[in-house]
Design a protein around this ligand. Structure first.
Ligand code: SF4
Ligand code: SF4
Length: 151
């Protein structure tokens, strides 16, 4: 196979992708929409299984994706720099996979042809997450599932 027949994620770096290619590389797992608690003393990041209030957990979709940065100041714009610096970005994240020179897994929508496989494979947050609106803020610590150093 030559470069013309290979899919874009095998031939381009993250920096070279068009906006639509970039968007399609997101697998829709919504793991970056999980609430993170930062310990101001240690700098550690505690990842919870609570999601941003704007996430619809059943579909793992943002309820207002086009206006998310205006409506949710904590929403993180995942760009190339963020892919390289965020320690908590999941190993399965499509951007991280390509950045690290790995190939997309069978369940990635670009490979399977359907957004359902990210849920069927248990990669999305659908099976374990809960919207933060259902929990009092002082109880968020009860929902911590993983710790990360630094950002
Ligand atoms: S973790 Fe990566 S692949 Fe998953 S929703 Fe966030 S940006 Fe998309
Ligand atoms: S605003 Fe939308 S995209 Fe941003 S973290 Fe919340 S649910 Fe996710």
């Amino acid at each position: 196979m030559d470069g013309d027949t290979l899919p874009f994620w095998k031939t381009k770096t993250l920096d070279e992708m068009t906006p639509s290619e970039w968007e399609s590389l997101c697998d829709g797992c919504a793991r970056c929409c999980l609430i993170k608690l930062e310990d101001e003393d240690t700098g550690k990041i505690h990842l919870t299984r609570l999601t941003c209030s704007m996430l619809t957990v059943r579909t793992c979709r943002c309820s207002n994706y086009p206006e998310r940065f205006d409506l949710m100041p904590d929403c993180i714009n995942i760009d190339v720099a963020k892919v390289r610096e965020l320690s908590w970005l999941p190993q399965t994240c499509g951007y991280r996979v390509v950045e690290e020179g790995r190939d997309l897994a069978w369940w990635h929508p670009l490979v399977s042809g359907t957004p359902e496989t990210v849920h069927q494979a248990g990669i999305s947050v659908r099976s374990f997450a809960m919207n933060e609106k259902r929990v009092k803020e002082e109880n968020y610590v009860r929902y911590i599932i993983e710790d990360f150093e630094g950002e």
